[in-house]
Write a protein that binds this ligand. Structure first.
Ligand code: AP5
Length: 219
């Protein structure tokens, strides 16, 4: 079962991918998280990526293809995976089809497109806080930590992502419209896309996403 979450920054891809991955017992493959791990390593490659990510731009397609290929070759993805943040360009989508065509997965089974209005996205990202230690994500209003501003899992002080500053969020949304939005039409034309109204509570969006996935699983 190969599922792709598609949607603009702040749509809830990471939040929903983590929940579906836990329910179906398959890994969440988040390219944003993988890149942030590389940045945290503090080497030359990480520093290069940090500059790109903090400016709201995209890491180049060839690097991303290699990162995802390496991840999908790991044995824990044999039963499937939930991709969050990849593909993000038409070149990446073609690379994913080619890559999956060479594996037992065959292809993308379902694309869940989280549709959320832009003003809601900006609000969500301005109030998002992430754990620098374990990567857990919170929203200070809609999904707050249990104790003040510390991570529920590891008790580390939460922080705002550098790319969640409002001026960078605007740039990320622009990049999304130009580079990623065309994938909605591409997957829709292929009959693989289900549009989910993502402008609702986290539990409601989960139910909608889960219902769409359950339909594919039972088909
Ligand atoms: P990445 O980390 O993938 O960022 P993104 O796609 O911009 O997505 P976000 O993580 O910002 O949002 P999300 O949709 O996951 O929402 P979330 O669930 O966190 O990528 C970061 C950077 O890495 C990119 O800009 C790029 O530079 C690079 N990169 C990554 N992949 C790449 C690729 N394939 N190619 C090239 N470059 C790549 O939710 C957001 C907030 O809202 C949270 O606080 C959450 O708690 C809250 N929330 C979620 N759902 C709801 C809800 N229903 N109601 C209320 N609040 C909610």
């Amino acid at each position: 079962m190969l599922v792709v979450f598609l949607g603009p920054p702040g749509a809830g891809k990471g939040t929903q991918a983590a929940r579906l991955a836990a329910k179906y017992g398959i890994p969440q493959v988040s390219t944003g998280d993988m890149l942030r791990e590389t940045v945290a390593a503090g080497n030359g490659l990480g520093n290069k990526m940090k500059v790109i990510m903090n400016s709201g731009g995209l890491v180049d397609d060839d690097t991303m293809r290699r990162v995802v290929q390496e991840r999908l070759e790991k044995p824990d993805t044999v039963g499937g995976a939930i991709l969050d943040g990849f593909p993000r360009t038409t070149v990446q989508a073609a690379a994913l089809d080619e890559l999956l065509g060479r594996t037992a997965h065959g292809g993308v089974d379902l694309v869940l497109y989280l549709d959320v209005p832009e003003d809601v996205l900006v609000e969500r990202l301005s109030r998002r806080r992430a754990c620098p230690e374990c990567g857990a994500n919170y929203h200070m209003t809609f999904n707050p930590p249990a104790q003040g501003s510390r991570c529920d899992r590891c008790c580390t002080e939460l922080a705002q992502r550098d790319d969640d500053r409002e001026e960078i969020v605007r740039d990320r949304l622009e990049v999304y419209r130009e580079k990623t939005q065309p994938l909605v039409d591409r997957y829709q034309a292929q009959g693989r896309l289900v549009r989910i109204d993502g402008d609702a509570g986290i539990d409601d969006v989960f139910e909608r996403s889960d219902a769409a996935l359950a339909e594919v699983v039972s088909a």
